[in-house]
Design a binder for this molecule. Structure first.
Ligand SMILES: C[S@@+](CC[C@H](N)C(=O)[O-])C[C@H]1O[C@@H](n2cnc3c(N)ncnc32)[C@H](O)[C@@H]1O
Length: 352
C-alpha cells in the first residue's frame, strides 16, 4: 500500500532545525551507550574474526541473543557508521561488516579505543557529570568529590577494579599518542640514557617508547597502588611515589596527559621538582598533551576533554599555548619548542 506523505510546515524552518539540533543534546548519550553495548557484546571482535560479512542470524547466534533486538542495535550503529552492510561474497545476501570506526573498537587491537569507551561510560565516571552546575555556582566541591566523597586518585586507590579499568582506558590513548610521537618526532628521544614517565600509569607508554628507542632506560613513576598493579616490562623500572614529593632523577622527564589534571599552582610545583631531577645543562621535560586554541582540527576533542577535566580532576584544565608558556616560565624554564601531531596531542620540549 503506497502512502502519501504530506509535509505541512506550521513552525518556521529555523525553529524546526533548532529543534532537531536540540534532540542531539536531549539524547546525546545514546551513541555512547549503544557503542558500549556493542563492545560488551564483542560485536567488533566477532565481525573481525569472521572472514565475510555476517548475517543477522549468524551474528545473533554467535552472540547468543535475540535477532530482533540485535537488528535494532545494528541499524542504529550503521547510521553512525560504526558498522556497515555488505553483500556476503558472490551472493545477494546482506551481512554486517566492520568500518574504520569499529576497527578501533575490538578489545585487543593495536589501536583499540574500546577500553576508553568502557571507562568513560562506567557509572563511576558518569556520576560526576550530574554535579557540574553546583560546582560552577560555588566552585567549592569538585564534581568527582561530590559524587564519590574523594578525588579520582583516592577513589582508584580504594577501588582496585576501577583502578584497572582506568589504567586500561589511559593505556589505549597512550598507545595512539606514543605511536604518533615516535612517527612524527622520534628525535625527541635521541641521546637520552634515562627517562622518567611521571604519572605513567601502567607503563604502556614507556614500554612502547623503550621498544622503539632501546637505548633508553625507562622509569615509570606513579602512585604506589598504580605501579604495584603494573606489569613487569623489560627496560622499564616501576617506581611508586608522588610527584608532589619528588621526581626520580633522569636525563628527561616525560608527561603524557598528566599536567592537564592539575591547577596552575600544582603544575608549577611539579615542574619545579622536574627541574631538580634533570641535568641543568642537557636535561629537558617532554610534555605530550593537548594545546587548545590552535588550528580547528581537533578543537572539539580538546574542548570536550576540558569538560572532562572539570568532571573528573582536581581543578585540571586544557591549556592554550600562552597558558602552557606561563607554567614553564613560572617554574623557571627558559625556552620550549612545540610540535603538533596528527592526533589531538602536541609535543612540547621544555628546557632549563
Ligand atoms: C590521566 S592519567 C595519565 C596516565 C598516562 N600518562 C597516560 O598517558 O596514559 C594520570 C596519571 O597520573 C597519576 N598520578 C596522579 N597523582 C599522582 C601523583 N601525585 N604522583 C604521581 N602520579 C600521579 C595517576 O595515577 C594516573 O596514572
Amino acid at each position: 500500500m503506497a502512502a502519501e506523505i504530506q509535509e505541512k510546515r506550521v513552525i518556521p524552518k529555523e525553529v524546526a532545525n533548532a529543534q532537531q539540533e536540540i534532540w542531539k543534546f536531549i539524547l546525546g548519550f545514546t551513541p555512547t551507550a549503544v557503542v558500549k553495548c556493542a563492545i560488551e557484546l564483542r560485536i567488533p571482535d566477532i565481525l573481525e574474526n569472521h572472514e565475510t560479512p555476517m548475517t543477522l542470524a549468524d551474528l545473533a547466534s554467535e552472540i547468543g541473543c535475540n535477532q530482533s533486538s540485535l537488528y535494532r542495535i545494528m541499524r542504529f550503529l550503521i547510521h553512525y557508521k560504526i558498522f556497515q552492510e555488505k553483500l556476503v561474497s558472490e551472493t545477494s545476501v546482506v551481512g554486517y561488516a566492520l568500518t574504520p570506526l569499529s576497527r578501533l573498537l575490538t578489545r585487543h587491537g593495536e589501536n583499540s579505543m574500546a577500553d576508553l569507551v568502557l571507562l568513560e561510560s562506567t557509572p563511576v565516571m558518569l556520576a560526576p557529570w550530574q554535579k557540574l552546575s553546583a560546582w560552577v555556582l560555588d566552585n567549592k566541591q569538585l564534581p568527582f568529590d561530590a559524587a564519590h566523597g574523594t578525588d579520582l586518585w583516592g577513589f582508584t586507590a580504594g577501588n582496585p577494579e576501577h583502578s584497572k579499568i582506568f589504567d586500561a582506558g589511559m593505556a589505549c590513548d597512550a598507545r595512539v599518542g606514543v605511536a604518533a610521537v615516535i612517527e612524527v618526532c622520534p628525535e625527541v628521544f635521541e641521546g637520552l640514557k634515562t627517562m622518567v614517565d611521571v604519572g605513567g600509569g601502567d607503563g604502556t607508554a614507556l614500554r612502547l617508547i623503550v621498544e622503539a628507542c632501546p637505548w633508553i632506560h625507562g622509569i615509570n613513576f606513579d602512585l604506589p597502588h598504580v605501579v604495584a598493579a603494573a606489569p613487569a616490562t623489560r627496560g622499564v623500572e616501576h617506581v611508586g611515589g608522588s610527584m608532589f614529593d619528588y621526581v626520580p632523577k633522569a636525563d628527561a622527564t616525560y608527561f603524557m596527559k598528566v599536567l592537564h589534571d592539575w591547577t596552575d599552582e600544582d603544575c608549577i610545583e611539579i615542574l619545579k621538582k622536574c627541574r631538580e631531577a634533570i641535568p641543568q645543562d642537557t636535561g629537558k621535560v617532554i610534555i605530550v598533551d593537548n594545546v587548545i586554541g590552535q588550528k580547528e582540527d581537533h578543537e572539539y576533542v580538546g574542548l570536550m576533554i576540558d569538560m572532562v577535566m572539570i568532571a573528573h580532576t582536581t581543578n585540571g584544565k586544557e591549556r592554550t599555548l600562552k597558558e602552557w608558556s606561563y607554567l614553564f616560565h613560572e617554574a623557571g624554564f627558559t625556552r620550549y619548542t612545540i610540535k603538533r601531531l596528527q592526533t589531538y596531542h602536541s609535543v612540547m620540549e621544555v628546557y632549563p
